[in-house]
Design a protein around this ligand. Structure first.
Ligand SMILES: Nc1ncnc2c1ncn2[C@@H]1O[C@H](COP(=O)(O)OP(=O)(O)OP(=O)(O)O)[C@@H](O)[C@H]1O
Ligand SMILES: [Mg+2]
Length: 283
């Protein structure tokens, strides 16, 4: 959607990344994207608003949002690494351990995100960067706050008091994101932290197996995808039959994250962090 430039904050000397909507030097007429400019600006503003409330070692930092000529620029911490998709299909024990620990850290970061009342909604391997500063979850453009049914009409923010009084919180959203990683409820426009757990499960499956659990034709078509969601997860490629196999415990954990019915998924990202760290330690 956007363009990422490497830059320097001349006041601090800090290396930064600048996310813009138009290519440098553009007059604004060249954009080939089908997404309207005001929606893209909305996503960038949303990303800044959410990230400036988040401070966690596994979540990318945002420093500033400003307008330059006719473009909006989001200044982010610079990351020197690559997306986890670079680990796709790794069979080396070290590669697998790195990938599993990376997902454990991702879950740690997302646990903090959820505790603050946000859902990422666009989690996928390309949005998890393994940098020299550790794991960083990026691209909060589609992230949203979780509101209760009662606050939805008034538009007020999530609060812990509400969480204890009324659970579970959900949010009606317009269906945007990368469909293959989207949970069935997300495809219906309904998200909560369990939707991120589903996306994490599909991502972890993809990295370990080397491909997504659904056939290529299915992954981009909402109708086929809805049919695929009805199939039992036991029909997935058996992870324990990979060469070399992965532990049964990890296989079961991944299947549970990928469950169509969210009540069968692990309850929290904090649980996933613990479980994945333990599995990686025993590999
Ligand atoms: N802070 C950063 N430092 C270095 N590289 C980055 C940074 N943020 C993003 N990138 C690179 O740019 C890519 C796109 O970033 P991001 O997903 O935030 O933008 P986007 O506009 O949503 O793009 P896309 O539509 O491709 O997802 C990332 O996959 C990553 O390779
Ligand atoms: Mg992106």
């Amino acid at each position: 959607m956007g363009y990422i430039y490497e830059g320097e904050d001349v006041k601090t000397g800090r290396r930064v990344a600048i996310k813009t909507l138009l290519p440098h030097g553009s007059k604004g007429h060249e954009s080939k994207s089908s997404i309207p400019q005001d929606r893209k600006e909305g996503n960038l503003r949303n990303e800044y608003e959410i990230l400036r409330h988040l401070r966690h070692p596994s979540i990318i930092k945002a420093f500033e949002l400003f307008r330059f000529r006719n473009d909006l620029c989001l200044v982010l911490e610079y990351l020197d690494g690559r997306g986890l998709d670079a680990w796709k299909g790794t069979t080396e024990p070290d590669g697998r351990r790195t990938a599993i620990l990376a997902f454990a850290e991702t879950a740690r970061g997302l646990s903090a995100v959820h505790e603050l009342g946000y859902v990422h909604t666009d989690l996928k391997p390309g949005h998890i960067i393994l940098s020299s500063g550790g794991i960083k979850v990026i691209d909060f453009g589609l992230a949203c706050t979780i509101t209760t049914d009662s606050s939805r009409s008034g538009g007020s923010r999530f609060s812990w008091r509400k969480l204890f009084r009324r659970a579970p919180e959900r949010r009606q959203v317009s269906v945007r994101g990368t469909t293959a990683y989207m949970s069935p409820e997300h495809l219906q426009g309904d998200v909560d932290p369990q939707s991120d757990i589903y996306s994490l499960g599909i991502s972890l499956y993809e990295i370990l197996v080397g491909e997504k659990p659904m056939p290529v034709l299915v992954e981009t078509d909402n109708k086929f995808l809805a049919e695929w969601h009805k199939k039992p997860r036991s029909k997935l490629v058996q992870l324990s039959q990979l060469n070399p196999p992965i532990p049964r415990e990890l296989e079961m954990l991944i299947y549970s994250c990928c469950e169509s019915k969210k009540q069968y998924r692990p309850r929290t990202m904090a649980y996933l962090t613990q479980a994945l760290t333990k599995i990686a330690d025993n590999l």
